[in-house]
Design a protein around this ligand. Structure first.
Ligand SMILES: [Zn+2]
Length: 257
């Protein structure tokens, strides 16, 4: 049973705020939205970058402004810290890869053991562009939602791949970038819990209502965990995470009436 999300109190994490700037890889999905909140709680100036690469679920790009707008409405200090949004078109990605994320190919598990939604090296390419943008914008910190705990098995979501990119960016651009992946070692249920920790029930509601994860771009069906087809790998991860989050809350708080 779905517990009622507490509306009475917001429990925002108190952390010391770094004077540095951060650039968040922000797709408009659940993970990157929680990462954006995480960055707003920690850095004095935060900008966002999204990538248009011909994805079938381009609806996730469309929800980005609304998510940013609602996020800063949660706290005046977040509003003061959120800076520019950048959208970079990487058309070449769909031209060079044949995947279900950019073409009308069935979403299923391929012989490689990876879903056909895998775009080889996509996150490496994103981090490369984000590094170049961060260089120009004077941001030292890159924040990204990669996770290898509860994921579809994409190799470029793994910690080693991200750490290798951090090293490559620093060597190749002669900078000391720090790539933060706050979700790397937590599952989807804990990502919902982190949203609650950062912005209370209001942030959990925002994640459910405004963010988009479904690979098919379906926003016609509203489930307890948000919008989506309910069948694709992204929907399954999100719905299973929501169910576990709710049952963990029930365990700690007892059944809701
Ligand atoms: Zn879906």
């Amino acid at each position: 049973m779905t517990p009622r999300v507490r509306r009475a109190k917001r429990s925002r994490v108190t952390v010391s705020v770094s004077p540095d700037s951060a650039l968040v890889l922000f797709s408009g999905g659940q993970d990157s939205t929680v990462c954006l909140a995480w960055a707003l709680a920690r850095f004095a100036h935060v900008e966002t970058v999204g990538f248009a690469y011909g994805q079938r679920h381009a609806v996730e790009l469309a929800v980005r402004p609304r998510v940013r707008e609602r996020l800063v409405a949660l706290a005046p200090d977040w509003d003061a810290r959120l800076g520019a949004d950048h959208v970079i078109a990487i058309d070449a990605l769909s031209a060079i890869s044949d995947t279900a994320l950019t073409r009308e190919v069935a979403i299923e598990v391929a012989e490689t053991g990876l879903p056909t939604t895998f775009v080889p090296g996509r996150n490496l390419i994103f981090l490369g562009f984000a590094g170049a943008l961060a260089y120009r914008r004077g941001a030292r910190h890159l924040v990204a939602g990669m996770c290898e705990t509860d994921y579809s098995g994409y190799p470029d979501c793994r910690d080693d791949a991200v750490k290798a990119m951090q090293l490559a960016l620093n060597l190749g651009m002669d900078r000391r970038f720090v790539v933060h992946t706050p979700l790397m070692w937590i599952d989807k249920a804990a990502t919902f819990a982190l949203a609650e920790e950062l912005g209370g029930a209001a942030l959990v509601d925002l994640v459910l209502e405004e963010t988009h994860s479904c690979y098919l771009g379906d926003r016609t069906r509203r489930h307890p965990w948000g919008y989506g087809c309910g069948e694709c790998p992204a929907c399954k991860l999100r719905s299973e995470g929501w169910t576990r989050y709710c049952s963990r809350r029930n365990e700690t708080e007892g059944p809701t009436r």
